[in-house]
Structures are given as C-alpha cells and as structure tokens.
Design a protein around this ligand. Structure first.
Ligand SMILES: *Cc1c(COP(=O)(O)O)cnc(C)c1O
Length: 428
C-alpha cells in the first residue's frame, strides 16, 4: 500500500484534515497529499520513494533550494550554544541591519515568527499611529490568517467586508474595507467614501495568492499618491516578494516607498520568521518605546534568524542570481506558451520575475475576477499529470510556482516536456 495514503489516514485521526495548513491537503486538486521524507536542491523525495522537481519551494522561502549548505552554515554551533533565551542576541541586530539596508523604507524592524504576525502587528501599529480604525485591502490578496484580514468583498467592492471564515465576528471586520486590485477608479471611490478614516492600505505589490498577477505600475503609483494625500499609511506585504523579486523587493523594482513593509518566507531561510518595519517615527510607537503592544516569546529566535541571515548575506553578495532566476522562469514561460498554442488549450501563463502561474483561463488574467474564472478542475488534472511525470507544482490553481538557484537546465527541460505531454492528455 502507498505509504503517503497510510500516513494520511493516521494523520486525519489526530490532525484536522490531516494537515497543519489547508493547501497541503491537495483537496483542490482532488487527491490525497504526498508525505515528504526529505528534500535536496530542486528535488523533493516522498515516503514512497518518488522524486519530484519541486516548484513549491515551501511556498516561496527556499530561493536557494532545499537543504542548502549556504543557509545552514554554522548552524550547529548556534544550536549547541542554546536555542532560545528570551533575551536579546547580536544576530537579531545583524539581520535587522541587513533588512534595513536592503529596504531603506524600513528604518526600524521588528522580528516576529510568521507573515501572519507581521501583517497583524503592522496594522496595529498603523492604527495606533494614525488614530484611525479602518483598513483597506484588496480582493484576492492574502495577508495571513488574522481575523481582520480574513475578508473578501461582497458584490459591491465599496461595502463593508464579509468574513471569509467562520469564527470571525462581523464586528471585527467592520473596519476592513475591500477593493479591487489594479482598479484605480474603485480605489478613489473608497477613499472618497471614507474621508479621514482609513488608517492603512495593505497590499501585495505583486499578488501571489490568487496566482501570480502583474500589478499595473499606475495602480501602485496611484496607491502611493492617494495614501499620501489622505494621511493613510501604505503597507507593502512583501512576505512573498521580499528578497524574491529583487534584493530590495517589489519596492525597489517599482521604485515606490511604502510607509511600512511586512516580510517573511525568504528571510527565515526555511524556518518560521517574519518581520515588519517602517519609518522610525512610526516604529517608535511600539512598546517599550510607545504604547502599541507587540511581543513574542520566540521572536527573533537565534537559530531561525541565523538561517535567514545566512540567506540574505548570500543574496546580497550574489545579486546576479536574480537575473538568473528570472531567465529560468522566462524559459518556462515561453515554452509553456508554445505548448499551450501547439496543443490548442485555453490557458495563460502569468510571470513576474521568478514566479509564475499557468491559469486555465481565456485571455489576460490581471484581476481577481479573471483569475477566479479559471477552470480549477482542469488545473487539478494538470497537477496530477505533472506529478506523475515527476514535477511537483503548487496543489492549487491560485498559487505561484517558485524558481530557485537549485533548478538546473535538466529540471527545466524535464518540466517543459512534461508540460506538453500533460496538456495533450488533459484536453483529450
Ligand atoms: C504567506 C503569506 C503571508 C502569511 O505568512 P505566514 O508565515 O504563512 O503566516 C502573508 N502575506 C503574504 C503575501 C503571504 O504570501
């Protein structure tokens, strides 16, 4: 019997859905998950002895591939010295300096344990700083699972939010406004209807959680202009894009300076880390300096921060990898597009830098609405077919594929051949 299936049966008895994060259950691709035994470089090995070329990359963090020696360098010495003290350590200062230098908009930085904590805390600070309660987010953007951010819009984007999850009181999301990503007109409307009331706008500058969507540069610029005019803080959620799009993230690429930034994923080198930061004046609101409370028993954990520090140091000293990663993603993008055309299937490839999504959808996908029109059943078939060919894609349509420095030309070649074969099979 298949070992993954066996373990999944046991898992479901003691863990809700058998997994510790919902997408891992492979539910949206209609199968049961593979359980991992180990991984190295671009490859994941499952408990049944199958090997896959992996494009999940732990959902973004592993820009240097799995089990990278660069990331774990010197880590045993750290572990042997003790794993947590509840007291400050120098490595926390070192990583804060690195982050602040790479993101000049982050004059001060707080380390936390996840992206969720980073966004949740940034919003609290923004509300404390502006003395306003309302926040604005965009449909299809994901900012972790804290209550006030688990909101999608109703039919009208100007209405108050409706919780996406049970257990989130209506009262908690009453102050969460939702608008359409890439839509400047709607953005202006929201501000006109909520004059002087919006504390912060939080946005994924390049959405990666409705599949990869390219922002319109004018939209990001409008966001910066309007928030400045209205005394609203602009928060870039760069949990995915930070140190991924470029060393300086999306804010460097689009040359836009947000008031606050949230980071996660890559900055932990595969361990649980998040960070948020911004202008000094704003960050000085946080306890013990100010009266906005935020804390964490394991925040800035030395082992996790060391892995992140190693990753960032390598990226800083080897910035040429960003062009190389993009070149690899372009190879896939072009080949996928050719295959789609040759096979004659309705699909679109979205790519921004080293992230890409194949949408099973007609025409350009540049909004949440268009993304949500894709054929997720077809994506499920595609995912399964690719898995059988030894290619591990994200097990959901609305996610991105991530390239790492470990992906070889052979990996790409194999992926392209599999893509053609599987596309042919699924339209039959
Ligand atoms: C992953 C992600 C988060 C949440 O981070 P966790 O570490 O999973 O809590 C927040 N924002 C964005 C843009 C993300 O991609």
């Amino acid at each position: 019997m298949n070992r993954s299936i066996e373990i999944f049966e046991e898992a479901q008895k003691v863990i809700p859905g058998g997994v510790n994060s919902p997408v891992r259950a492979f539910k949206s691709v209609g199968m049961s998950p593979i359980f991992v035994q180990r991984a190295k470089g671009s490859k994941v090995f499952d408990v049944d002895g199958n090997v896959y070329v992996d494009y999940i990359g732990s959902w973004g963090p592993l820009i240097l591939g799995h089990a990278s020696d660069i990331v774990s360098e010197g880590i045993m010495a750290f572990i042997n010295n003790g794993t947590s003290y509840g007291l400050p350590t120098e490595i926390e200062v070192d990583i804060a300096k690195l982050i602040s230098e790479a993101y000049p908009s982050m004059e001060m930085v707080r380390m936390v344990n996840s992206g969720t904590e980073a966004t949740m805390s940034a919003l609290r600070v923004a509300r404390g700083y502006t003395n306003r309660n309302k926040i604005l987010k965009f449909e299809g953007c994901y900012h972790g699972h804290s209550d006030s951010l688990l909101v999608k819009s109703g039919s009208g984007t100007l209405t108050y939010g409706i919780p996406t999850s049970a257990g989130v009181p209506q009262k908690v999301v009453e102050d969460t406004l939702v608008s359409e990503f890439n839509n400047i007109e709607k953005l202006e409307e929201v501000f006109n209807n909520n004059k002087g009331e919006i504390a912060a706008v939080i946005v994924e500058p390049v959405p990666g959680n409705m599949g990869v969507i390219a922002p319109k540069v004018e939209f990001l610029e409008a966001l910066r202009r309007i928030t400045k005019e209205e005394g609203t803080l602009l928060i870039f959620d760069e949990v995915i894009t930070g140190f991924r799009m470029a060393y300086g993230g999306a804010q460097e690429v689009y040359n836009i300076e947000p008031d606050m930034t949230c980071l996660g994923k890559i900055i932990g080198g595969g361990l649980p880390v998040g960070a948020y930061g911004g202008k000094k004046e704003i960050m000085e609101m946080i306890a013990p300096l100010g009266n906005v409370y935020q804390a964490g028993t394991l925040s800035g954990n030395p082992i996790a921060v060391k892995m992140g520090y190693n990753t960032l140091t390598y990226l800083k000293e080897n910035k040429e990898i960003y062009q190389q990663l993009e070149d690899k993603a372009i190879v896939l993008e072009k080949a996928f597009q050719e295959n789609i055309k040759a096979v004659g299937i309705n699909a679109t490839v979205n790519r921004v830098k080293s992230m890409l999504t194949v949408f099973f959808s007609d025409g350009i996908v540049d909004s949440y609405e268009k993304a949500s029109q894709s054929d997720t059943t077809l994506y499920g078939k595609y995912f399964k077919g690719m898995l059988e060919e030894g290619i591990l894609l994200p097990p959901a349509q609305f996610e991105g594929m991530f390239l790492s420095t470990a992906h070889s030309d052979d990996d790409l070649e194999k992926t392209i051949l599999a893509n053609k074969k599987v596309l042919e099979n699924i339209i039959r």
